[in-house]
Ligand binder design. Structure first.
Ligand SMILES: C[S@@+](CC[C@H](N)C(=O)[O-])C[C@H]1O[C@@H](n2cnc3c(N)ncnc32)[C@H](O)[C@@H]1O
Ligand SMILES: [Zn+2]
Length: 298
């Protein structure tokens, strides 16, 4: 997996934490996401995968799980996550591509992926990978950016935007940054083997004027009240969904080895500062507490 086959939005060296979140006036967005997540994700469980975890902004929300897989493509993001989250043996830091997950089939009973799928050019491929690591009945909380939002609709009707928010085609507004139609996302989730149980509409008040004029706590409370309307009318810029892994395949393997070989799928075992395939056709490094599947070691 030295070169990703599907393009990845590379956050290596990015200052996402300081340039997008800290002191950037996004407390409203952050808090509304926490409300949605707490309403959707089962609070306790065995093993949860936080996919595209970044610097771990939301990872502490997963504190009711015995083990938390903090997975991201960017090694520098994972270093920040280690510093941000501190020492806790429940966290397992993994550098890997969501399109090629090195996690064993059925090894997790929950997964969270927020603010990540908007970077994905091949959503069905990503969802299939995620479904494969989940045990039957596992909960998958997915956030996506919604192209059919009120602002986009108004701009379209005023002829200030060429693309149609009502058609199901994704819109790539910047390279590797996509907004998706709720109908398309619902279909892709279903085709990947998920049953969507709940949907929440978030961030209707994501307007700088409003955020400056109205106390954050009030906006967040109002947002929380509006979120359940996403069940039937998601016209907000961000949507959170709770999806269940349908069917009984792959069987649950919550106690088994966490990692699988990216070449043959066999379980991996630890050997010093590496993890090794039982078949002998792959070996990956563990560097300063990060299991690194971005490239094999020879
Ligand atoms: C906008 S950040 C969001 C981080 C975090 N989820 C949050 O909400 O704070 C997107 C993250 O997704 C990661 N990412 C994007 N594509 C990925 C892929 N194919 N595999 C793994 N991580 C990916 C990036 O490295 C980055 O850390
Ligand atoms: Zn192998």
């Amino acid at each position: 997996m030295d070169e990703p086959t599907i393009p990845v939005c590379d956050y290596e060296g990015s200052r996402y934490r300081t340039e997008f979140w800290e002191g950037q006036g996004r407390e409203y967005e952050d808090l509304t996401e926490r409300i949605a997540l707490r309403a959707l994700l089962p609070p306790r469980g065995r093993r949860v995968a936080h996919l595209g975890a970044g610097f771990g902004r939301m990872t502490r929300e997963l504190g009711g799980y015995d083990q938390v897989i903090v997975l991201d493509y960017s090694r520098t993001m994972l270093r920040e996550a280690q510093a941000y989250l501190g020492d806790d043996p429940r966290y397992v830091f993994v550098a890997a591509d969501i399109y090629h997950l090195p996690l064993a089939p059925g090894s997790c009973d929950a997964a969270l992926m927020e603010r990540v799928i908007h970077h994905m050019a091949d959503v069905p491929a990503a969802l299939r990978q995620i479904r494969s690591i989940l045990a039957p009945g596992a909960a998958f909380v997915l956030e996506y950016a919604n192209k059919r939002n009120l602002k986009a609709i108004a701009r379209y009707w005023l002829r200030r935007q060429a693309w149609n928010p009502f058609d199901e085609e994704p819109v790539e507004f910047v390279a590797l940054n996509f907004d998706f139609h709720p109908g398309a996302m619902a279909r892709w989730l279903r085709e990947a083997g998920f049953v969507t149980e709940k949907r929440r509409a978030l961030s209707y008040f994501r307007l700088s004027l409003l955020k400056r004029a109205v106390p954050t706590r009030l906006l967040v409370a109002l947002d929380g009240l509006l979120q359940p309307t996403g069940e039937w009318a998601p016209y907000s810029p961000s949507v959170f969904t709770l999806n269940r892994a349908a069917g009984d395949d792959p069987p649950a393997a919550l106690d088994g080895p966490l990692f699988k070989c990216l070449n043959c799928g066999s379980p991996l075992h630890e050997d010093g500062q590496t993890v090794v395939c039982a078949n002998g056709d792959g070996r990956w490094a563990i560097r300063d507490g990060i299991y690194d599947f971005k490239a094999p070691v020879s």
